[in-house]
Design a protein around this ligand. Structure first.
Ligand code: HEC
Length: 141
């Protein structure tokens, strides 16, 4: 009789342990749910330098007239990444602005898991930088 109770107790404990193991397995799933966006943005830490309002508004107009909207939206992913996601990834610093402006001019791929960005060889480096400043301003308060 005592043996039998022992067996039941063992089974009960085994069951509880199994349930606990099951719960623990689900914990990482919860954290995983948030990370796709984080993995996609891959934020680069760094200080943001202030952007003059005038540069932002000039950049916005240039973007509007340069066909960027064929592939980009401010808030949602289209053929290209959302401008706000780009803003979230890069700190506002001249080195990043320069790198991104050159990429807009030459086109490229590989940073966002999207298809290719076509080249825009007719843009001046200065205009491309102004547009990038506007894009990077989109996550600033
Ligand atoms: C033909 C579609 C297309 C057009 C037009 C286009 N883009 Fe893009 N853009 C993309 C794609 C696709 C990517 C992602 C490339 C990658 O994954 O590296 C991208 C990425 C970017 C990035 C981020 C680059 C990086 O390395 O993080 C910037 C900034 C950008 N575009 C700005 C612009 C601007 C400004 C214009 C207008 C002059 C423009 N794009 C026009 C498709 C386009």
């Amino acid at each position: 009789m005592i043996n039998k109770i022992g067996t039941y107790a063992c089974r009960f404990i085994a069951l509880v342990l199994l349930l606990l193991a099951g719960c623990q397995k689900e914990m990482p799933e919860e954290t995983k749910r948030e990370s796709p966006k984080k993995d996609y943005i891959r934020k680069i830490e760094g200080k943001n330098e202030p952007i003059p309002d005038e540069t932002v508004s000039r950049g916005e107009v240039l973007v509007a007239y340069s066909g960027c909207a064929d592939c980009h939206r401010v808030d949602t992913k289209a053929k290209g990444p959302a401008f706000r996601d780009i803003a979230e990834r890069y700190p506002v610093q001249p080195a990043y602005v320069d790198m991104l402006a050159r990429k807009v001019i030459t086109g490229g791929f590989g940073s966002w898991g999207n298809p290719i960005m076509s080249p825009h060889p007719n843009l001046s480096l200065n205009d491309a930088q102004t547009m990038v400043y506007y894009i990077l301003s989109l996550d600033q308060p």
